[in-house]
Design a protein around this ligand. Structure first.
Ligand SMILES: CC(C)(COP(=O)(O)OP(=O)(O)OC[C@H]1O[C@@H](n2cnc3c(N)ncnc32)[C@H](O)[C@@H]1OP(=O)(O)O)[C@@H](O)C(=O)NCCC(=O)NCCS
Length: 170
């Protein structure tokens, strides 16, 4: 389908659509999701914010090796969450991979399946991809390790407080 970046065994990694707005709002309005996403990210409140988010996330793909995509379960058409390759705060030439799932889609391997494909895509165009997690975000750390990233220890370089850093190179 047009706008599809990658197909994995179960998932389509694709551009966001306006029709995804209710799902985006459902995902980003959840404190249990946004508490892990950077410094003091406020939960989303309105469909208008979701539409703006969709436009912004689709706009990330304006540089090689960057993008912020929806992860759709092909069999059901449900958007499980998102995977992204985005610049680090204040150092946009450095790219981090990230992921988040709606709680109704965790525990099925969707994050690592989508992230593995997106990491491979990124490393075709980038010299290195990083990932940063809160120290106690063990589900996210398991995703990073499962897709072959290497634990590079703790850093306070990009976010307030310590993060655990993961690296991958071609
Ligand atoms: C981080 C996050 C995406 C991880 O989700 P997840 O469901 O644990 O990760 P996956 O989709 O890769 O699923 C892996 C789990 O599914 C299980 N699983 C079930 N079926 C599977 C399959 N077919 N293949 C692989 N794993 C499968 C695995 O055993 C694993 O569980 P475990 O870690 O308890 O062993 C999710 O917790 C989340 O969105 N959190 C909030 C946002 C967030 O923290 N984002 C990251 C910021 S750094």
């Amino acid at each position: 389908m047009s706008g599809t970046l990658l197909r994995t065994a179960r998932l389509d990694v694709r551009r966001w659509r306006d029709a995804d707005a209710p799902r985006v709002l459902d995902l980003h309005s959840r404190p249990e999701v946004v508490r892990w996403l950077g410094d003091d990210v406020a939960p989303m409140r309105t469909l208008q914010q979701a539409c703006e988010r969709i436009a912004g996330d689709n706009g990330v793909a304006d540089r090689p090796g960057r993008g912020h995509w929806a992860v759709e379960v092909r069999e059901s058409g449900v958007v499980a969450g998102s995977v992204m390759l985005v610049g680090l705060p204040g150092e946009a030439e450095l790219v981090q991979i990230g992921w988040h799932l709606h709680p109704d889609c965790t525990g099925r391997g969707y994050a690592r399946e989508a992230a593995a494909a997106v990491l491979e895509h990124g490393l075709r165009q980038l010299p290195e991809v990083l990932a940063l997690t809160h120290l106690d975000n063990y589900p996210s750390q398991r995703v990073a390790l499962a897709i072959g990233m290497v634990d590079a220890g703790l850093t306070e370089r990009w976010y307030a407080g310590p993060s655990r850093l993961f690296r991958a190179a071609p």
